[in-house]
Design a protein around this ligand. Structure first.
Ligand SMILES: Cc1ncc(COP(=O)(O)O)c(C=O)c1O
Length: 441
C-alpha cells in the first residue's frame, strides 16, 4: 500500500535503495545498469564522491536563503561558470528548479522583452510537432506531443506548430538532406508570413529531439536557416536543451554543432546530474539590457530558485565533467555505442532506424522495416520493452507516439558520461534480448 500518486497507479515500482556509478540497486539487492541516466539526467552516474562532498560542504555553510533577500556564493559561482562556457552573447542566467520551469520562464521572458521594447502586439509562439518541452501548462502548450496535450487542450494558450526534422520518415526519397532542411525552413517562413512576422514572439525547438522521438538530430544547415529567418523578423530563437544539452551530445551545448547561438536557452537534466533539482535559462544580452533599461525586473520568481544546495551540486557536476575530460568520453563512447547499435540492430526486423549524437541514441521500433509501419499502439510495445529490460537489470527509456503522437515506439539510451566500452556491450546485449522478448509476445 502506497500513499503516493505514482506515475502509473497500477504499476509496481521497485524501491531504489542505493546507487553507485552506472548502477542503481533495489531493495531486493538487484542491480540495474542505468543506460538512460533515468531520463537523460544522471550524467556522472550515481553517488559521485566529489559531488556529494561539495553538497555536504554547502550544507555545512548555508542551506537556504530566499532570493528576494539574498544572493548566494553557490548561485553566483554557478552563474559565472555557465556564462564562461555559454554561446556568445548569452551573458546572464535565471535559475529555476526543473526543465518545465525553465521553458515557462523562457516564454514569459520572451514576451516581456517585447513589451519592454514597445512591441506588445507580438503574441504568437511557434514550435514544432512531436516535441516535448515539459508538463506545466505553458510548456505543454508549446510542446507538440498530441496525446499529452489532448485532454488539457481547453486550458492551453494558443500556439502554432510546424514540422519537426524527422529524416527517417519525412524526408522524401527524391530529396537530399539539404533540400529537406530547406523545405522545413520554408514551412517556417510560411507560418511566420501567415501570422505576420511582427506578431511573432519566438520559435521554440529542441536542438536534438529527445523524449518524443528518441534522439533525432537536425539535418545540416537547418538551424542556420532557422536562425536567419528569426533574425530577419526580429523573432527570438528559444532552444530547449533540457535533455540534449550539458554535454549529452558530445559538446557542452548541442547548438555548438549547428554553428548557431540561441537568444534563450534552457537546460536542466544534465545540469544537476540528478544530484539536486535544478534548471536554468540563459539569456542574450539584448534581452537583459531591454529589461535592465526598462522595468528593471523580470516579473517571475519561485521560492526555491537558485537554491544553494542545488547550485553547489550543479557546479560540482560541471567541474568534474571538465576535470575528467568527460566530453571526450561522451564522443568516443558515443561513437562506440552508435556502432554497436548499428551492428546489432542494423538488420533487425523490428528496428527501423538507429540515430542520435554522442551518448544520446535512439532506436525506432517498427512492425515492418520495409514499409516503416509501426506496431499497433494497443500492444504498448514500449511498455513491454521497458518491462523486459528491467527484468534483465537494464534501465532504458522507451516511449510511445513516436510517429505522430499516437502511433510508433522508440527506445532512448542516455548512459552516464563515465560509461566504458564493456558496459556498453552489455547494454546492447541486454537491450537486444529485451526487444526480442517484447516483440515475441
Ligand atoms: C527537452 C525537454 N524540455 C523540457 C523538459 C521538462 O523538464 P522537467 O521534467 O524537468 O520539467 C524535458 C523533460 O523531459 C525535456 O526533455
Amino acid at each position: 500500500m502506497t500513499h503516493i500518486l505514482h506515475r502509473a497507479i497500477k504499476h509496481h515500482y521497485p524501491t531504489a535503495v542505493a546507487g553507485s556509478g552506472i548502477f542503481i540497486r533495489d531493495e531486493t539487492g538487484k542491480d540495474y545498469i542505468d543506460a538512460s541516466g533515468g531520463a537523460a539526467v544522471s550524467c556522472l552516474g550515481h553517488s559521485h564522491p566529489d559531488v556529494l562532498a561539495a553538497m555536504r560542504a554547502q550544507l555545512d555553510q548555508l542551506e537556504y536563503a530566499h532570493t528576494s533577500f539574498f544572493t548566494s556564493r553557490a548561485a553566483e559561482d554557478l552563474a559565472d561558470d555557465l556564462i564562461t562556457h555559454a554561446p556568445d552573447g548569452l551573458g546572464h542566467v535565471l535559475f529555476v528548479d526543473s526543465g518545465s520551469e525553465a521553458i515557462e520562464a523562457a516564454l514569459k521572458l520572451a514576451r516581456q522583452y517585447f513589451v519592454e521594447r514597445a512591441e506588445p502586439q507580438r503574441r504568437h509562439l511557434i514550435a514544432r510537432r512531436q516535441s516535448y518541452h515539459g508538463i506545466t501548462l505553458g510548456a505543454l502548450a508549446v510542446g507538440g506531443r498530441a496525446w499529452q496535450r489532448k485532454q488539457f487542450a481547453p486550458l492551453l494558450i494558443e500556439t502554432h506548430h510546424v514540422s519537426p526534422v524527422y529524416e527517417y520518415r519525412e524526408r522524401r526519397s527524391d530529396e537530399t538532406s539539404a533540400a529537406y532542411g530547406e523545405r522545413l525552413a520554408q514551412e517556417l517562413e510560411a507560418k511566420i508570413a501567415e501570422l505576420g512576422g511582427e506578431n511573432v514572439i519566438a520559435f521554440v525547438a529542441e536542438t536534438v529531439v529527445g523524449a518524443t522521438m528518441g534522439a533525432v538530430p537536425p539535418v545540416p544547415g537547418y538551424f542556420r536557416r532557422v536562425r536567419d529567418i528569426c533574425d530577419r523578423h526580429g523573432i527570438l530563437l528559444i532552444l530547449d536543451e533540457v535533455m540534449c544539452g550539458m554535454g549529452r551530445t558530445g559538446t557542452l551545448h548541442a547548438c555548438e554543432q549547428e554553428g548557431i547561438r540561441p537568444d534563450l536557452m534552457t537546460m536542466a537534466k544534465g545540469l544537476g546530474g540528478g544530484y539536486a533539482p535544478i534548471g536554468a535559462l540563459l539569456l542574450h544580452d539584448k534581452i537583459f539590457d531591454a529589461i535592465a533599461g526598462g522595468s528593471g525586473a523580470f516579473q517571475h520568481g519561485h521560492t526555491y530558485m537558485g537554491h544553494p544546495l542545488a547550485c553547489a551540486a550543479a557546479l560540482a557536476v560541471q567541474r568534474v565533467i571538465r576535470r575528467d575530460n568527460l566530453l571526450a568520453n561522451v564522443r568516443s563512447q558515443g561513437a562506440h555505442l552508435a556502432r554497436r547499435l548499428k551492428e546489432r540492430f542494423g538488420n533487425h526486423p523490428y528496428v527501423g532506424d538507429v540515430r542520435g549524437r554522442g551518448l544520446f541514441q535512439g532506436l525506432e521500433i517498427v512492425a515492418d522495416r520495409g514499409t516503416k509501419e509501426p506496431f499497433d499502439p494497443q500492444l504498448k510495445l514500449h511498455a513491454r520493452i521497458k518491462r523486459e529490460a528491467m527484468a534483465r537489470g537494464l534501465m532504458v527509456y522507451p516511449m510511445e507516439g513516436t510517429v505522430d503522437g499516437a502511433r510508433g515506439d522508440h527506445v532512448l539510451l542516455a548512459p552516464p558520461f563515465i560509461i566504458d566500452a564493456p558496459a556498453i556491450d552489455t547494454i546492447v546485449d541486454r537491450l537486444a534480448d529485451s526487444i526480442d522478448a517484447a516483440t515475441a509476445q
